[in-house]
Design a protein around this ligand. Structure first.
Ligand code: GAL
Length: 348
């Protein structure tokens, strides 16, 4: 089980981008780029043993540089939205770049997804690192970040995030992989069956930013406490679904400590199942509502609404404004730690 490295391409500034291949079981493998710590492919067997790629991605660095769908990327310094592009910390107001209407989204103008990270291979671990300088994108504190990928036994992909800052700051890191367990973007994800024990979601305002209210899922299209196809209620006459053209909501995971199962996604035709575990309190269910078919993916296929589904583990979006949400503040010298696992197997 040896991790290999090859040249993937170059950025428009001439920096080399590498692809790392992490082998798994039964021919499975995962490809990760040092550009944005991007998960570029996840190739796993289906019920019939056939290998297919279940992670949407592009075939060139240019596509990753030009597109804003965040395909498979590491998102930071703050995943998802911070309302009005401002936050207050220690009595001081910090102003961020508004790249999504009135909000800051996924780190701002140039998020962690748009950098080539340093990399090293340590046995079965692929470790990326970068220092986000003080006031990068308006965030205080020089932040030393590592993102460690492991894949292998049980076709279990783990991502471990670690960060330390030299001043108080906010940190919310995630991965923005779009999954399609049919094994390609042409079959859409409405037939995928999702289960999560989350009993509520955070309600969004019209800009997609949580307004502080928690909506109990029971009796609503948001209820996945029993396994349900993503497409079953997606066209319901529900304002929260209509506003964002599908699911784009943060699920409030049951309280608990350590690594816990957050969601299980199953695709009946291939038999593929993905189990998501995390140490963080929330998970964004996003049904790729805004993919718009402008750039061909790595197979030449145009991506569109419902081509994939994201399950982004995180602190709740807008959690600097909403004081009742778990706090994303990282104190000077303290450690930010976050583990997420995507485990792949098949059901007969
Ligand atoms: C999601 C977010 C969506 C959209 C997407 C990127 O995490 O919730 O609203 O911005 O990223 O296109």
């Amino acid at each position: 089980m040896v991790i290999t490295k090859s040249l993937f391409g170059k950025t428009k500034d001439g920096a080399e981008v590498h692809a790392f291949t992490l082998p798994g079981e039964n021919g499975a493998y995962v490809t990760v780029l040092d550009y944005g710590c991007t998960l570029q492919s996840i190739v796993v067997p289906g019920r019939d043993g056939r290998l297919s790629d279940v992670c949407l991605g592009y075939g060139s660095v240019a596509a990753y540089e030009n597109e804003d769908g965040y395909l498979g990327a590491c998102i930071g310094r703050y995943a998802n939205r911070l309302g009005d592009g401002v936050f207050e910390l220690n009595g001081k107001t910090y102003t961020l770049f508004k790249n999504n209407g009135k909000n800051t989204l996924h780190g701002g103008k140039t998020g962690f997804d748009k950098y080539v990270w340093d990399s090293r291979i340590e046995g079965d671990a692929l470790v990326f690192s970068r220092v986000s300088p003080d006031m990068e994108e308006g965030y205080p504190g020089s932040l030393a970040v590592t993102v460690t990928y492991r894949f292998g036994e049980g076709n279990r992909l783990s991502i471990e995030y670690h960060a330390v800052s030299d001043a108080d700051t906010v940190v919310n890191l995630t991965n923005h992989a779009y999954f399609n367990l049919t094994g390609g973007p042409s079959g859409d994800i409405r037939g995928h069956v999702l289960q999560t024990d989350a009993a509520s979601v955070t309600e969004n305002d019209k800009s997609g930013c949580p307004n502080g209210k928690l909506l109990p899922v029971s009796g609503t299209p948001f209820d996945f406490t029993s396994p349900k196809p993503l497409g079953k209620d997606i066209d319901s006459d529900n304002e929260q679904l209509r506003l964002f053209h599908g699911y784009d909501h943060n699920y409030v995971l049951p309280a608990g400590q350590g690594l816990r199962t957050a969601a299980v996604l199953y695709e009946p035709t291939s038999g593929r199942r993905m189990t998501v575990q995390t140490t963080k309190p929330g998970i964004q269910l996003y049904t790729a509502n805004f993919l718009n078919g402008s750039t061909p993916d790595k197979n030449g296929t145009l991506l569109h609404q419902y081509s994939g589904v994201c399950l982004e583990t995180q602190y709740f979006p807008n959690s600097m404004q909403i004081k009742s949400f778990p706090s994303p503040i990282l104190r000077k010298g303290a450690e930010y730690r976050h583990t997420t696992v995507y485990a792949f197997d098949v059901l007969d």
